[in-house]
Design a protein around this ligand. Structure first.
Ligand code: PGA
Length: 291
């Protein structure tokens, strides 16, 4: 599979943080910081109670609005839940589904996440579908099997025409938050190659080439460029650093310069072996021989 230029996409996942005042202030600072930048796509996902407030601030800006979850029904007797229709009504374009905090702390299963994914697409939302292994799973060499399972089950029954509205975020659970662990660019690149390959087996190579795969897990201004430079890394899902506008904007800037570097390299007439996804090819033969 040849590498393809995909625009970088930086998303802030504010999780269960901020007050209304802080959310408003943060949203304004992000809008100002992004300005008219159109070489990188940007979105923020505030907590449910602040979606309307933040949505108003984002109006007319280059920053899109996303939610952190939904319940897979249009409406009904589901006390405390939020439907995809409500998210659309509030101006949400994106929704994060399958986040590891919901998988592991709230017990969400692949089947439940799959229901959410399909309902989100049916409602016209774009889905940021998170996958990733725990430390125990990585140490037991189960990373490939876990990613495989999450993708196959989580995306089962998704129509091909919905796929352009899908973003996958690879988030190794052991690297999320202040765990003291950080994934190396090589680990990230390898996992992204596996995800793209598996996805290609389900939906075809062409769609796999256009698929945006973000990395998430302790992305900071200091490591963003190195991660965003990796082949097959098309953006980042940012938790902690998205709560500080200056840090988040620094990561957006890193995305802009990496996109430039790659675009310049791609426009060179001579073949550049550095841009070939070596790891993909290696992993491809490994996976292919299994099927
Ligand atoms: P982190 O969170 O950047 O704080 O590690 C990422 C995420 O959970 O989306």
């Amino acid at each position: 599979m040849k590498s393809k230029l995909r625009q970088k996409f930086i998303i802030g996942n504010w999780k269960m943080h901020t007050t209304a005042a802080e959310a408003g202030h943060l949203a304004k600072s992000v809008v100002d910081g992004v300005g008219t930048e159109d070489r990188v796509s940007v979105a923020v996902c505030p907590p449910f109670p602040y979606l309307a407030l933040v949505g108003k601030i984002l109006e007319g800006s280059r920053v899109a609005l996303g939610a952190q979850n939904l319940y897979p029904e249009k409406e009904g007797a589901f006390t405390g839940e939020v439907s995809p229709t409500m998210l659309r009504d509030l101006g949400c374009k994106y929704v994060i589904l399958g986040h590891s905090e919901r998988r592991h702390k709230l017990g969400e299963t692949d089947a439940f996440i799959n229901q959410k994914v399909r309902v989100a697409f049916a409602a016209g939302l774009n889905v940021i579908f998170c996958v990733g292994e725990t430390l125990e799973q990585r140490q037991a060499s189960q990373t490939e099997a876990v990613l495989d399972r999450q993708i196959v089950h989580g995306l089962a029954g998704v129509a091909t025409n919905a796929v352009p509205r899908l973003i996958i975020a690879y988030e190794p659970v052991w690297a999320i938050g202040s765990t003291g662990h950080q994934a190396t660019p090589q680990q990230v690149q390898d996992a992204h190659a596996l995800i793209r390959l598996r996805f290609g087996q389900m939906f075809g190579k062409e769609l796999a080439q256009s698929l945006v795969i973000q990395y998430g897990g302790s992305v900071k201004p200091e490591n963003a460029a190195a991660l965003l430079r990796c082949d097959g890394v098309d953006g980042a899902l940012i938790g902690g650093a998205s709560l500080k506008a200056d840090q988040f904007i620094a990561i957006v800037r890193a995305g802009t310069s990496e996109w430039h570097t790659k675009q310049e390299a791609a426009s060179q007439p001579s073949h550049n072996p550095e841009l070939e996804p070596k790891q993909t090819q290696m992993n491809a033969s490994k996976l292919d021989s299994r099927n």
